[in-house]
Design a protein around this ligand. Structure first.
Ligand SMILES: [Zn+2]
Length: 184
């Protein structure tokens, strides 16, 4: 790193709110096995890879604006009001057969779409976006608040935390820098 050691530690923090539906079919909670929803907050923390002094004109960390637009578009237009289902959930088949257009709005997850898993998948997606934008920013972590009393916070890389899918990264939607949310 060539950055000036006297620069203060600077983080960019964005929060977005979205509504979602899901159900958890593999756990012990019968209550969570019925389709239901939450209003969630996702907060990401970013850092510039090459921190620099503000330029005296725009005074912003430049790549931040691009990253923000892309991330907010993904959360607001794709994640918001999507249904989250495990790839093992028989409801997926139902949607594909009866409402194939709506099936495209289902986030398909490797196992139950818990808050822990969604935090890791969203962080992996964010990392893919940032890498595609030239790696000028890196993600320090993510916070996913499912309810006011239940938040998952993940710092660092999600890769070792995510379940092994047995598929190459390019075949996992969370590793692709596009708006896909399933690999069906
Ligand atoms: Zn729930």
């Amino acid at each position: 790193m060539t950055s000036n050691p006297n620069l203060p530690e600077t983080e960019l923090v964005f929060t977005r709110r979205f509504s979602m539906g899901h159900r958890l079919i593999s756990g012990s909670s019968e209550r969570c096995a019925m389709v239901h929803g939450h209003n969630e907050y996702v907060t990401i923390r970013l850092k510039a890879m090459q921190p620099a002094r503000l330029d005296g004109q725009q005074n912003v960390i430049v790549p931040f604006a691009e990253a923000k637009t892309r991330w907010h578009n993904f959360i607001d237009n794709i994640v918001d009001h999507a249904l989250q289902l495990s790839e093992q959930d028989p409801l997926l088949n139902w949607f594909q057969t009866n409402e194939p257009e709506r099936a495209k709005r289902i986030i398909v997850t490797p196992g139950d779409p818990t808050t822990e898993l969604m935090a890791a998948l969203l962080l992996a997606k964010l990392n893919a976006f940032l890498a595609a934008d030239g790696g000028k920013l890196c993600a320090l972590g993510i916070e996913l608040q499912e309810t006011p009393t239940n938040t998952v916070r993940l710092d660092g890389s999600p890769d070792a935390f995510l379940p092994t899918s047995g598929r190459p990264a390019a075949q996992c939607w969370w590793h692709r820098a596009d708006l896909t949310i399933s690999d069906l």
